[in-house]
Design a protein around this ligand. Structure first.
Ligand code: M6R
Length: 634
């Protein structure tokens, strides 16, 4: 799960590579590296220079600044460690034994152990524990064979060597390769991992994702599975996996990729929490316009036949996106009356349920790059479209925050949540955006299938319109309350989050937020499940955060909270103020709203409590250890 960039052109490569990597650091920040090729002033021969550092990109920038990196061609990498610890020797680029070839890779080479063994038996010595290092050694071996057959040291030879090497690699990967002997050739390969070629003025760039290219060019050529490209100053040669030349026009990056700016906030995460009223306001302006009729108030960018005859919805997602999907499933089933299942994308892709007719598959991913979600959607599309009965045909929708993402290129219909750039690894405003997307779908389906009356639909729409203002005041109140409470819990080892019904996924999300940024062990449970085992964990050292919102399960949640209190737990209630709230040792109050919209508000104390605990512990809130914003390996 890494970011790769590459460039070939007439300008110095290193500044472009570093700038590109800055926009890809969300994919991993365990180490960074780059390699460039310059020409010797004496004989014009290529000189490959490779620099790597452990940790964040800033370390590499400093190294490059002090040591210099010459040349107009280069490759760069920011790493999230899969094979081998996050140490400098495992950082990319990786090189062959002669140091003439440099490779950066994003993905996983699944058969690297067998390849390594065979290379070692031929006398190759490895310098890292990575899966990637087999690639430069294999390319070097292929080049030797090609040279012995009389091929020259030129771009075509490098291309052929990479083609031969790719045939030996198993897994999903994207790679960029340079070779000292051909300082005017850059070779790229993509197999089930994104790689985009950018067509700049007098230069070609390449990156794992659009933000790294947006500052240089809007014209991009996304590589397709199995493709290999040779780039030189004169043009691009693109080949499919059969070695056949491909021709196609570039597409344009939509809109403006935004620039990360923390403004006056201490962390991006805090800024992004504060941006949620705006996310909701924009969503309402786009999807709940005043002019639409009360029985069908939702505007969505799909033709009417998109909704026709859908009997079943299945949602594929990971992490926070899956929590949004669970709220979505509650709404789609309970409000719109459509049977809905949610799956971990990583499980679904290897153990999908039997096919059902007239099914809509929704993939939810804020980044639009999560490998498991993309692969699960692709697998589902393939097996459905192979079916002879048209009732099983694939119908897919993607919910994402990235209109330029791989997801947007993969599925036919996209719901762009439009939350704007989210930098913090912990998803906050994109979670809210995903929830809102599900409210729109639930209202739309309910209005089409008649599962709800006009009054019920109008009531929910009106409540949604009030959300931005409620969020504004709630964030203000909870910022202070959570900061105070954080002092009490900053040394806590375990926290339990309880919720039921539509707020059960918010309890899961509360636990995920806390563990990912504060490294405190936390679990989310449906409150009724506590007595089936987890209550054994409870004692006076384990705070229990209970989401108790008046509605179908209010009294039940209160009883479950009492059961924890009877075992000495410190009880924190995310609840409305009233006589019942007296059972809690501390309250994080929520205004009185209908249970339907309550998750849009109960998520705020979850986010702010986790944020303040992590900030108080002095942790790297925006880039927590071991994580990345976008999980591009399975
Ligand atoms: O980009 P995605 O929404 O597909 O990402 C899925 C998860 O990796 C993500 O939600 C992760 O759990 C976040 N770090 C949660 O804050």
């Amino acid at each position: 799960m890494c970011g790769i960039v590459a460039v070939i052109g007439s300008r110095a490569a290193a500044p472009l590579l570093l700038e590109g990597l800055k926009h890809l650091e969300y994919r991993g920040y365990d180490s960074a590296g780059l390699a460039t090729i310059s020409r010797s002033p004496h004989n014009g021969d290529g000189i490959l220079q490779c620099q790597k550092t452990k940790g964040k990109l800033v370390n590499l920038s400093k190294k490059v600044q002090s040591q210099g990196a010459k040349g107009n061609i280069g490759v760069g990498h920011t790493r999230w460690a899969t094979h081998g610890k996050p140490e400098e020797h495992n950082a990319h680029p990786h090189q062959d034994a002669s140091g003439q070839i440099a490779v950066v890779q994003n993905g996983i080479i699944e058969n690297h152990l067998a390849l390594r063994e065979s290379l070692e038996s031929e006398g190759v010595t490895f310098n890292s524990e990575t899966d990637t290092e087999v690639i430069p050694h294999l390319i070097a071996r292929e080049i030797k064979v090609l040279q012995s057959n009389g091929l020259q040291n030129n771009g075509s030879t490098l291309l052929k060597a990479v083609q031969k090497t790719s045939q030996k690699l198993k897994g999903a990967y994207a790679l960029a390769v340079i070779w000292e002997k051909t300082p005017e050739s850059l070779v790229l390969a993509s197999n089930q991992a994104p790689l985009l070629i950018g067509l700049g003025e007098g230069e070609f760039l390449c990156a794992s994702d659009t933000p790294a290219l947006a500052g240089f060019t809007k014209a991009i050529l996304p590589m397709r599975d199995g493709e290999i490209a040779l780039l030189n100053p004169l043009g691009i040669e693109l080949y499919n996996s059969q070695g056949e030349r491909q021709q196609r026009n570039p597409s344009l990056i939509h809109g403006n990729e935004q620039i990360a700016d923390k403004r006056n906030f201490r962390h991006f995460m805090l800024k992004e929490i504060h941006e949620q009223p705006k996310t909701a306001k924009l969503w309402i302006a786009r999807h709940l316009p005043a002019e639409l009729p009360k029985h069908s108030p939702i505007a969505l960018p799909f033709e009417n036949d998109f909704y026709n005859d859908i009997k079943k919805i299945q949602i594929l997602a990971c992490g926070t996106s899956r929590h949004a999907a669970l709220v979505g499933a509650y709404l789609l089933e309970q409000f719109a009356g459509i049977s809905t299942s949610v799956y971990y994308a990583s499980e679904f892709r290897y153990a999908a349920p039997p096919l059902e007719e007239k099914t809509l598959t929704i993939g939810v991913t804020q980044s639009g790059e999560t490998a498991d979600t993309l692969a699960a959607l692709a697998m589902e599309k393939k097996r459905r479209n192979m079916h002879k009965n048209p009732a099983y045909i694939s119908r897919q929708l993607g919910i994402t925050n990235r209109a330029n993402s791989s997801l947007a290129r993969q599925v036919d219909n996209i719901l762009d949540i439009g939350a704007g750039l989210e930098v913090g690894v912990a998803a906050t405003k994109t979670f809210l955006g995903q929830l809102l997307a599900f409210y729109s779908l639930a209202i739309k389906f309910a209005s089409i299938n008649g599962n709800r009356s006009t009054e019920e639909i109008a009531k929910l729409s009106e409540e949604l319109k009030a959300i931005p203002e409620q969020l504004t005041s709630l964030i203000k109140i909870h910022d202070e309350l959570s900061e105070n409470l954080a002092h009490k819990f900053s040394d806590t080892q375990d926290v339990i989050f309880l919720g039921r019904g539509i707020n059960y996924p918010i309890a899961l999300e509360g636990a995920l937020k806390l563990k990912e940024i504060s490294y405190i062990h936390a679990e989310g449970y449906p409150a009724g499940e506590m007595k089936h085992g987890p209550i054994a964990l409870v004692d006076k050292k384990v705070p229990v955060v209970s989401i108790a919102i008046p509605g179908v399960v209010f009294e039940k949640v209160l009883s479950n909270a009492q059961e924890a209190k009877a075992r000495d737990a410190q009880l924190i209630g995310v609840t409305t103020e009233g006589p019942e709230s007296k059972i809690f040792d501390a309250i994080l109050p929520i205004p009185k709203v209908s249970e339907w919209v309550s998750p849009l508000l109960s998520l705020i104390p979850m986010q702010l409590l986790s944020y303040h605990i992590a900030a108080l512990r002095g942790l790297d809130v925006d880039q927590p250890r071991n994580l990345a914003k976008s999980v591009t390996v399975e």
